[in-house]
Write a protein that binds this ligand. Structure first.
Ligand code: NAP
Length: 308
C-alpha cells in the first residue's frame, strides 16, 4: 500500500485482542491492517492447552488457536505487516504510525500490545537467564525433563505453568510469598491436588545461585525471616505482567500503568482504541482479550461513521 493511502482501522499487536479486532473490523467493511513485530498470536502462543476458551473442546494449543484466528482475519480481508512501531502521532484527525522503515496512516488506531513478564530483580536472575532461569514453561520446560524445577508466583500463570511443568519434570515446587495463592480457586485447587507439585508458602526468593546453570534458590520465610537454600535445576518466574505502553505515554492510565478506556475500548484520545492485556480491567483472559477486540472494532466503526 502506498504511504499516502489511509487505513480505516490499524491495529498494533497480533494477540487475541488484535486478531479478533482485525476479523471484526474487516468483516464490518473497514480497511483493516495488523502490525506485528514477529508472528501473530501474542501470549496465547505460549499456552500448551487452551482449556477455558468457550466452545473449544477438546482443547487446542495456543499456537493452533492463534493460527486459526489469523487465517480467519485474513479470510475477511485484513492485511498483515511485520514491522516494529517506534512512534504514534495524530495530525488533522489522522494517525501516523511510524515503524523503522515505513509510516502507516489510519483514521482509527487500536493498541493491542499486551503485557510482558515482570522480573524479580534479584541477584542471579539476569546472570542465569537462559541457564535455568525462564519466563516460559512451554519454551524451556522440555530442557528439564525428569529434573527438579521451581516455579515462583501465586497467580493463575504460576499455577497453570506449574501444572504444565509437572507433566515433564520429576518434581515441581511452587514458591509463593504469601500464605494463600492468588489464583482463581479452581486453578489453585488443581495445583493443591497435584501429587507432583509441592507448595512452599510464605517464602520469598532472595537470590538464585549457580555456576553457569541454576543450582539453588535462597528463600526467605516471610513470617520468621529465616533463610534456607532450596536445591533446584530451574527457576520459572511468573510474578505478573507489565503493560506495554511505551508508544502511548500521552494517554490516560490507571495507577498500575494500564490504559484506561470506555466500554467501547476508546482511550482518552478520540479514535485511539486499546484492547487486551494492556487495558485497565479486572480479568485478563484470552476470552476477555477477544471480547475487547470485538468492542474496539465496533467502536472504530462508529467513530468513522461519525467523522462524517
Ligand atoms: P498476577 O495475577 O498478578 O500474580 C502475580 C503473582 O506473583 C502474585 O501471586 C504475586 O504475589 C507474585 N509476585 C509478584 N511480585 C513478586 C515478587 N517480587 N516476588 C515474589 N512473588 C511476586 O499475575 P499472573 O499470574 O501473571 O496473571 C496475569 C493475568 O493473566 C491475571 O489477570 C490472570 O488472571 C491472567 N491469567 C489467567 C490464566 C487462566 O485463567 N488460566 C492464566 C494465566 C494468566 P501476591 O499474591 O503476594 O501479590
Amino acid at each position: 500500500m502506498d504511504e499516502k493511502e489511509v487505513w480505516d482501522f490499524l491495529i498494533i499487536g497480533g494477540g487475541a485482542a488484535g486478531l479478533t479486532a482485525a476479523q471484526y473490523g474487516a468483516r464490518a467493511g473497514l480497511k483493516t491492517a495488523v502490525i506485528e513485530t514477529a508472528s501473530a498470536g501474542g501470549q496465547a502462543l505460549l499456552i500448551n492447552d487452551l482449556e477455558n476458551y468457550p466452545g473449544l473442546f477438546p482443547t487446542v494449543s495456543g499456537f493452533d488457536f492463534s493460527s486459526a484466528m489469523e487465517k480467519q482475519a485474513k479470510a475477511f480481508g485484513a492485511a498483515f505487516y511485520t514491522a516494529n512501531v517506534v512512534s504514534i502521532d495524530k495530525k488533522n484527525g489522522v494517525f501516523y504510525v511510524s515503524a523503522e522503515n515505513e509510516t502507516f496512516l489510519s483514521k482509527t488506531l487500536l493498541l493491542a500490545t499486551g503485557a510482558s513478564h515482570k522480573k524479580l530483580d534479584i541477584p542471579g536472575e539476569a546472570e542465569l537467564a537462559g541457564r535455568g532461569v525462564s519466563y516460559c514453561a512451554s519454551c524451556d520446560g522440555p530442557f528439564f525433563r525428569n529434573k527438579v524445577v521451581t516455579v515462583i508466583g501465586g497467580g493463575d500463570a504460576a499455577c497453570d505453568e506449574a501444572r504444565y511443568l509437572s507433566t515433564i519434570a520429576s518434581k515441581v515446587y511452587l514458591v509463593h510469598r504469601r500464605g494463600e495463592l492468588r489464583a482463581q480457586a479452581g486453578v489453585a485447587q488443581k495445583v493443591v491436588e497435584n501429587p507432583k507439585i509441592t507448595l512452599m508458602l510464605n517464602q520469598s526468593p532472595v537470590r538464585i545461585n549457580g555456576n553457569g546453570r541454576v543450582e539453588s534458590v535462597l528463600l526467605k520465610n516471610t513470617l520468621t525471616g529465616e533463610e534456607t537454600e532450596h536445591k533446584t535445576d530451574a527457576v520459572f518466574i511468573f510474578v505478573g505482567m507489565i503493560p506495554q505502553t511505551s508508544l502511548v505515554e500521552f494517554i490516560k492510565k490507571d495507577s498500575a500503568g494500564y490504559v484506561v478506556t470506555d466500554e467501547n475500548m476508546q482511550t482518552s484520545i478520540p479514535g485511539l482504541f486499546c484492547a487486551g492485556d494492556v487495558r485497565s480491567k479486572p480479568f485478563r483472559q484470552v476470552v476477555t482479550a477477544a471480547a475487547d477486540g470485538a468492542y474496539a472494532a465496533y467502536g472504530a466503526e462508529n467513530y468513522i461513521r461519525n467523522m462524517g
